[in-house]
Design a protein around this ligand. Structure first.
Ligand SMILES: Cc1cc2nc3c(=O)[nH]c(=O)nc-3n(C[C@H](O)[C@H](O)[C@H](O)COP(=O)(O)OP(=O)(O)OC[C@H]3O[C@@H](n4cnc5c(N)ncnc54)[C@H](O)[C@@H]3O)c2cc1C
Length: 300
């Protein structure tokens, strides 16, 4: 690959959200937000992106928050992956955040990369995209015209393409709390720890008082153009799954096959589509079994 430098751009470093929105409105389609830079700077250096105006949001300290409440976790645009990963309250309210973030890249990248930036980047291999899809979260987008909340199902439009319009800044991501008696798990396979996953799955399982499975969901990364979430509650209920059997991957074999049958993974240099589908099937069963164990393990 030919080493190159970024194409010329003008650089803005607003001191407030209002100023950032003004600059973004003025820049329109020529503008690009710079957050942690962990994905954008490589794209610029390889000249795969060539915005005329970069709007660096790193001075917007008001957006560097992680707030947890009974309804869920709100992550501001300047919260770094590392801050979200460390946050005990966030992990208690929505355990998938910590389960996923410990698999994202390496500490140096997590110290700089932002969780909202990772959603805005909309890489279907990004762990947090699957967490947002599984939890049914939203992303709040702000512009000089106002704010709008975009649900996960509408936020991811295609690979590296989100619903963010020119002039908009993603100011917050909201991850709803896991329901009561619900366990979660995040399982993936990557060639080396910290690499993007060959395939991965986030899972959530809800149990009744008597241990019967009443709800089950899975969401995938690297298994299609956008992170898809699959509801497996009907399959699990029809099979009459309940603990302790449901703690074993074998109990989830049919549900996993059903979940993966609707996915459309691609071939790439790391794996064929067929290998990826088989891997996802095995990981789904493992993740659902682990989520079942966690459901009564005190997550909620
Ligand atoms: C070696 C390496 C390994 C990595 N491995 C993983 C991994 O395993 N899993 C994973 O998920 N990620 C991985 N990443 C990516 C990392 O998580 C990034 O931090 C993240 O994808 C982007 O966050 P950022 O803050 O760095 O965004 P930036 O790089 O600054 O921006 C990325 C894109 O999002 C847009 N953007 C960012 N913030 C906003 C906002 N608030 N509003 C509107 N648009 C915005 C930018 O304009 C740009 O288009 C890796 C990165 C590297 C360099």
């Amino acid at each position: 690959m030919r080493p190159v430098k970024p194409p010329p751009f003008s650089y803005h470093r607003p001191e407030s959200v209002a100023e950032a929105l003004d600059v973004l409105a003025d820049a329109g389609a020529d503008g690009k937000v710079l957050a942690g830079g962990q994905s954008l700077l490589p794209l610029l250096s390889m000249r795969l992106a060539a915005p005329h105006r970069l709007v660096d949001v790193n001075r917007l300290a008001d957006l560097a928050y992680v707030r947890s409440g009974p309804d869920g976790v709100r992550v501001g645009a300047l919260a770094r992956h590392a801050a979200v990963l460390r946050d005990d309250a966030a992990a208690a309210v929505q355990p998938l955040l910590r389960q996923a973030l410990q698999l994202v890249a390496h500490p140096t990248i997590r110290n700089r990369g932002t969780s909202v930036g990772s959603l805005a980047h909309a890489d279907p291999s990004g762990e947090l995209t699957a967490v947002l899809a599984l939890s049914g979260g939203t992303v709040t987008l702000a512009s000089t015209s106002g704010r709008r909340d975009v649900p996960a199902a509408e936020f991811f439009v295609g690979p590296l393409e989100s619903a963010i319009r020119p002039g908009e800044l993603a100011v917050e991501a909201f991850f709803p709390a896991v329901p009561a008696r619900t366990g979660t798990a995040f399982v993936e396979v990557s060639r080396r720890h910290g690499d993007y996953a060959v395939a991965g799955v986030a899972a959530a399982v809800t149990l009744a008082e008597d241990g019967t499975v009443t709800g089950a969901r899975a969401a995938y990364l690297t298994m299609g153009p956008v992170p898809s979430a699959v509801d497996l509650g009907d399959v699990a209920r029809a099979a009459g799954l309940r603990r302790p059997d449901a703690d074993e991957p074998a109990a989830w074999r049919d549900a996993a096959a059903h979940a993966v049958s609707g996915l459309e993974p691609d071939d790439d240099i790391h794996a064929t589509a067929a290998y990826r589908a088989e891997l996802a099937r095995v990981l789904t069963a493992r993740a659902l079994a682990e989520a079942t164990r966690n459901a009564e393990g005190g997550h909620r």
